[in-house]
Design a protein around this ligand. Structure first.
Ligand code: ARG
Length: 464
């Protein structure tokens, strides 16, 4: 009624969000049904109109499900597309659905419903990835697989491969906590905030929140905030970016470990590719993509942050830009998480090669120093002596434990014949028997706990 002329063609194009927000149709219809039923209960619209609206909305959902819905760019977004179709299907009562509601609280509700379901799905993905890591940990713990542990990508001290697996479980469990925490703020109902100031109708906001499954979070407390708050999207993108970052490190480890130079693992054919030119190649594409996707996940977070910065209260059309980064991050993180079990179940570990790399004779240099400490030498002096012995071994072209007792004693007389068993790789690993350390006694406990945690989470997610 307010306009004498229609929009310019380019205006229609820049304004329309239907190409991407059609993904919200289930949430939009669910929110509308809840809203409509509440309006009936409150006596704001008649039960007859309410029934027609709900029936119409269900039919439309069926049409979209079946791919029989003609989305129109002219109708801008999912909300107007559904409402216009409702008018076609049920006629005049359709016009009553939007009573006591604005697209501003409607879209915020839809995105929250979508984020809630998606974050729950991501948590299920995390549980499955952790289960795969824990299973690999258990298998390699039984096999006694040791890997060099690196600092600066230089061999440092040997660790159990199971310990390496569980490091990633720890990261992912923190990610899971972050998502769970984000859910507490996602699952809050903005309905009733109207365009920005609330609504003049006597609606039941708490009942709406319960109906949407947001019982615990309840209804939002400030209408200005509720229609313009996208913190929950930011938090989701932030948790996704960090989770992606963790997975990128796993991807990188797998890329490096599967190279000929390391040769610790071989990735299965189904997650690798050949080269169109070099016939001998087997490339760890899956691991590289897991690593690479973290860039877009981080980008999506930055993209939203830049959109939100400096926006005046309350709703601004800029906020329409919240959806694509959210959809994109959820889709791509879900793929990365699903890729983890796929990569790990088919992985072949060259245990002999891992052990040879871990047991290169120098990874026990710290233990040589520790040995001297136990004989009363201050650690700093012991460290120096171990360094000198390392240099001596390097000059002779032998491993540290291949120096003769005489050679060792020429540097430090307090070294005894028992030194050799302290330098064996399994002894070196077993000595790190501190909580959180790599000794088998510790790792066994952690594997059991991680397995139980992942299994419980997978079960919970299946039951939901
Ligand atoms: N498509 C819009 C969005 O995604 C819906 C809200 C429109 N609100 C408005 N006042 N124009 O943000």
């Amino acid at each position: 009624g307010r306009f004498a002329a229609g929009p310019a063609e380019i205006m229609e194009r820049i304004n329309a969000s239907i190409d991407f927000d059609k993904r919200l149709y289930r949430q939009d219809i669910r929110g509308s049904i809840a809203h409509c039923q509440m309006l009936v209960k409150q006596g704001i619209i008649s039960a007859t109109d309410g029934r027609k609206i709900v029936t119409g909305l269900r039919r439309i959902e069926g049409e979209i499900d079946a791919g029989n819905f003609a989305f129109s760019t002219r109708l801008e977004d999912i909300h107007m597309n559904v409402e216009a179709r409702l008018k076609e299907v049920i006629g005049d009562p359709a016009g009553r659905l939007h009573t006591a509601r604005s697209r501003n609280d409607q879209v915020a509700t839809d995105v929250r419903l979508w984020a809630s379901r998606s974050v729950r799905d991501l948590r299920a993905g995390i549980a499955r990835a952790c289960a795969a890591l824990a299973t690999l940990a258990e298998r390699e713990l039984k096999a006694g697989t040791v890997l060099p542990g690196f600092t600066h990508l230089q061999r440092g001290q040997p660790v159990l491969m199971a310990h390496w697996c569980l490091a990633y479980v720890e990261m992912l469990r923190r990610d899971d906590e972050r998502f769970a925490d984000a859910l507490r703020r996602i699952e809050v109902s903005p309905l009733g905030s109207g365009a920005l100031a609330g609504t003049a109708y006597a609606i039941d906001r708490a009942a709406l929140a319960r109906d949407l499954g947001f019982g615990a979070g309840g209804a939002s407390r400030n209408s200005l905030d509720a229609v313009s708050d996208r913190d929950f999207v930011f938090e989701t993108l932030s948790a996704a970016a960090l989770c992606g970052l963790h997975l990128s490190r796993l991807g990188e480890d797998l890329v490096v470990y599967s190279s000929a130079e390391f040769g610790f693992v071989q990735m299965a054919d189904r997650v690798t590719s050949g080269s169109s030119l070099m016939p001998q190649k087997k490339n760890p594409d899956a691991a590289e993509l897991i690593r690479g996707k973290s860039g877009r996940l981080l980008g999506n977070l930055v993209r939203l942050a830049a959109t939100l910065k400096g926006l005046p209260l309350a709703y601004n059309k800029d906020l329409q830009e919240d959806k694509e980064p959210l959809f994109d991050s959820v889709e791509h993180l879900a793929m990365c998480l699903a890729m983890v079990p796929e990569c790990l179940t088919g992985i072949r570990v060259d245990r002999a090669r891992c052990r040879a790399a871990a047991d290169d004779g120098f990874s026990a240099a710290t233990d040589l120093a520790d040995y001297l400490v136990r004989r009363g030498v201050p650690f700093r002096d012991a460290h120096h002596t171990a360094g000198r012995l390392t240099r001596l071994a390097l000059e002779r072209g032998v491993a540290l434990h291949r120096l003769t007792l005489e050679q060792m004693r020429s540097v430090e007389a307090r070294i005894g014949r028992d030194i050799y068993r302290h330098l064996e790789v399994d002894a070196v690993v077993a000595k790190r028997n501190v909580a959180g350390g790599t000794a088998p006694a510790q790792v066994r406990r952690r594997v059991a706990e991680a397995k139980a945690w992942a299994a419980r989470r997978v079960r919970e997610e299946r039951g939901r």
